[in-house]
Ligand binder design. Structure first.
Ligand SMILES: Nc1nc2c(c(=O)[nH]1)N[C@H]1C(S)=C(S)[C@@H](COP(=O)(O)O)O[C@H]1N2
Ligand SMILES: [Mo]
Length: 171
C-alpha cells in the first residue's frame, strides 16, 4: 500500500513539474516593437512584421574594428514622417531645437538633432536596420539597430532600439 502512495506521489510530482515547464515555455514573450513618441502628431508602435513591410534601403557603416558592414532597413526620416514630426519646410525656427533620443532595451541612449536626419539639411541617410545579409539581426543587436554611415566611431549605431523619443531642447 505504502508503495502505491509513493508511486502516486511521484506521478503527481512529475505531472506538476512537466505542466509548469510547458506552461512557462508557452508563455508568449511580448513581441518587440519600436515606439515613436514625444513631440509627434501620432504616437507609433511598430511591430517587427509591420516594419518588415515598410520600404527598405541599404546602408553601410564601419564596425568597431573598422570593417565595413552593410545592413538593410528603413530610413529614420520615413518613420518620423509617419509620426508627423516637424520636418522639411516645417523644420525651422524653434523646431530646430528639437532632437530625437534613441533608447535601447539595455538602457543605452544617444541623440540626434532633427536637422541631422532631414534630407533638406543632409544627404546622409541614417537607417533603422532589421536585416543583415538578408537575415534578421541576432539577439542583442536586433530586432532593430541604428546604422549611422560616415561616423568615425560606431557609438551612435544603437543596438536593440526600442524607442525614438522626440523632444524640445528649448526651455
Ligand atoms: N544598445 C546598445 N547599443 C550600442 C552600444 C551599447 O552599449 N548598447 N554600444 C555602442 C558602441 S560604444 C559601439 S562601438 C557600437 C559597436 O557596434 P558594432 O558591434 O556593430 O561594431 O555599438 C554601439 N551601440
Ligand atoms: Mo564603442
Amino acid at each position: 500500500m505504502k508503495k502505491h502512495f509513493l508511486l502516486l506521489g511521484f506521478l503527481i510530482a512529475s505531472f506538476t513539474a512537466g505542466f509548469t515547464t510547458s506552461l512557462s515555455a508557452q508563455t508568449p514573450s511580448k513581441e518587440a516593437v519600436l515606439k515613436v513618441e514625444g513631440e509627434v502628431l501620432k504616437t507609433l508602435s511598430i511591430s517587427i512584421s509591420d516594419f518588415a513591410k515598410m520600404p527598405h534601403v541599404e546602408a553601410n557603416m564601419k564596425d568597431r574594428d573598422g570593417k565595413i558592414q552593410q545592413y538593410s532597413g528603413v530610413p529614420v526620416i520615413e518613420i518620423l514622417k509617419q509620426a508627423g514630426v516637424t520636418l522639411g519646410k516645417d523644420l525651422k525656427g524653434e523646431n530646430l531645437t528639437k532632437y530625437m533620443l534613441v533608447r535601447a532595451s539595455d538602457g543605452y541612449e544617444v541623440l540626434f538633432s532633427l536637422a541631422e536626419l532631414d534630407p533638406v539639411f543632409t544627404n546622409r541617410v541614417i537607417i533603422l536596420a532589421d536585416k543583415k545579409d538578408g537575415k534578421p539581426l541576432e539577439n542583442g543587436i536586433g530586432p532593430f539597430r541604428l546604422v549611422v554611415p560616415d561616423e568615425n566611431r560606431p557609438a551612435r549605431s544603437v543596438h536593440e532600439v526600442s524607442h525614438f523619443i522626440i523632444r524640445f531642447a528649448k526651455e
